[in-house]
Write a protein that binds this ligand. Structure first.
Ligand SMILES: Cc1cc2nc3c(=O)[nH]c(=O)nc-3n(C[C@H](O)[C@H](O)[C@H](O)COP(=O)(O)OP(=O)(O)OC[C@H]3O[C@@H](n4cnc5c(N)ncnc54)[C@H](O)[C@@H]3O)c2cc1C
Length: 400
């Protein structure tokens, strides 16, 4: 059991805040240092779909062309599916806690997510997959007839043959991240604004965090949760982590009618109707040309219109009558490519009291509670829980 008294977490995104929250649940106070404000970057701008882990596994099995789920080494999200499982199964319980403890309603809802089958081939593929999953004992995937989909989205294309349905959760990403931070604060966590530029070290231990202002904050453990900027944090400690930058955007649209919470997808494009709001989120995930290897976060008009036009093919009337409220997006950190998701989580090589949790790509919300709880266990107990030891070894930053 750790005796850390001053744990500093660098980065107030969903991962840093989840680690602080889970440390708090186990009675450990920490300090989050954030350069801008909590949830200012990707964590406040996501859709945030918390996908059913089975559907992720299904997607990777089903579509080898979705590079999002594959690595050059043949690894897939299935190798760290437990991070998704933990988040998916605990989210409602945590949402209640964030309301009670932190006073934050994160606008959680569970709802169907329909991947449209528009061709005979799509239909056959989905039905085969469903049968295969049912045969293996997983009943979470269902086939839906067009009339079921049209109850919510009357104008899906006439050629719609049905859909493959899974159940997702959705939250409001800014409120979710802030809710974790506020609940952690109630348990003694401090949140400070500061631009971290380096570490003070002594005898192989990290002793402080240095800020651009010249101030130094003493610590006896440091956690780098700087999202795509974690390469910089790890570099300061001589362990630069390879990082590929991906810029992803989505559109928030206002609508006049009430559409119950629901997700609709065709290929890589999706539409999400939000809980309690006359609002849609339109977007795409893992579309390679959204990748930009630079630090700018300007979203291009071409990308915006590509999302709009693909979504308009799915539900023309709904999208045509919707009003654009916000086009938002930000950088994500991915493992080196071409497009690959493997997170990096654990203790930094050659630093007993230095940790990192990053590279969650376009699926960081889906992994947030898994990552936060396992990192807190590792920091406090000095090792991951036995049930997750292999997983943590696999994601160990020592493996690049
Ligand atoms: C458009 C879009 C849609 C998405 N949709 C989904 C979705 O539906 N489901 C899903 O699971 N995921 C989704 N994601 C991905 C998800 O948002 C990210 O994986 C997740 O937010 C990453 O969290 P993080 O805490 O690692 O990084 P970030 O949110 O980037 O947080 C890192 C923080 O570190 C701070 N920081 C950096 N450098 C310093 C420094 N020197 N000093 C102090 N602080 C510093 C930054 O200011 C930032 O606040 C989406 C992302 C985008 C952009």
């Amino acid at each position: 059991m750790s005796h850390y008294k001053d744990i500093v977490i660098i980065g107030g995104g969903v991962i840093g805040c989840s680690i602080a929250y889970h440390l708090g649940l186990r009675g450990f106070k920490s300090t989050i240092i954030e350069k801008e404000s909590v949830a200012a970057r990707a964590s406040g701008k996501a859709w945030a779909v918390i996908a059913d882990p089975y559907s992720l596994q299904m997607a990777e099995l089903d579509s080898p062309e979705i590079t999002l789920f594959h690595s050059p080494k043949g690894e897939t999200v299935g190798h760290w599916k437990e991070l998704f499982n933990i988040t998916y199964t605990r989210l409602h319980e945590v949402a209640r806690d964030l309301k009670n403890r932190g006073g934050m309603d994160i606008e959680i809802a569970s709802c169907p997510y329909d991947s449209l089958a528009l061709t005979e081939e799509d239909e056959a593929g989905y039905k085969e997959l469903i049968e295969d999953f049912h045969h293996k004992g997983f009943r979470e995937l269902l086939w839906m007839e067009p009339k079921e989909i049209r109850k919510v989205w009357p104008d899906v294309p006439p050629e719609t043959r049905g859909s493959l349905r899974t159940i997702i959760h959705q939250v409001e990403p800014y409120k979710y991240t802030l809710g974790l931070a506020q609940a952690a604060e109630k348990m003694g966590t401090r949140i400070k604004q500061g631009d971290v530029v380096g570490f003070g070290t002594k005898g192989g231990k990290i002793t402080s965090v240095k800020l651009a202002s010249g101030k130094e904050i003493g610590c006896d453990a440091a956690v780098i949760a700087m999202g795509p900027w974690s390469w910089e944090g790890t570099k300061w400690l001589g362990n630069e982590l390879a990082m590929q930058l991906v810029l992803e955007g989505c559109l928030r649209m206002e609508i006049d009618q009430d559409i119950p919470p629901h997700g609709l997808a065709s290929g890589k494009y999706s539409i999400l109707s939000r809980v309690g709001a006359k609002e849609l989120i339109l977007g795409s995930a893992g579309v390679p040309h959204l990748r930009q290897d630079h630090w700018g976060t300007a979203l291009s008009e071409d990308q915006k219109y590509e999302i709009l036009s693909h979504c308009m093919e799915m539900v023309p009337e709904v999208v045509e009558n919707a009003r654009l409220v916000e086009y938002r997006g930000d950088l994500q950190g991915w493992a080196p490519g071409p497009t690959y998701h493997k997170p990096s989580m654990g203790r930094l090589p050659s630093w007993d009291n230095g940790y990192v949790a990053t590279r969650f790509g376009t699926l960081g919300m889906c992994q947030s509670l898994g990552a936060g709880s396992l990192m807190a266990d590792l920091i406090i107990d000095g090792q991951a829980p036995m049930a997750h030891e292999n997983l943590m070894n696999h994601l160990d930053p020592a493996n690049g």
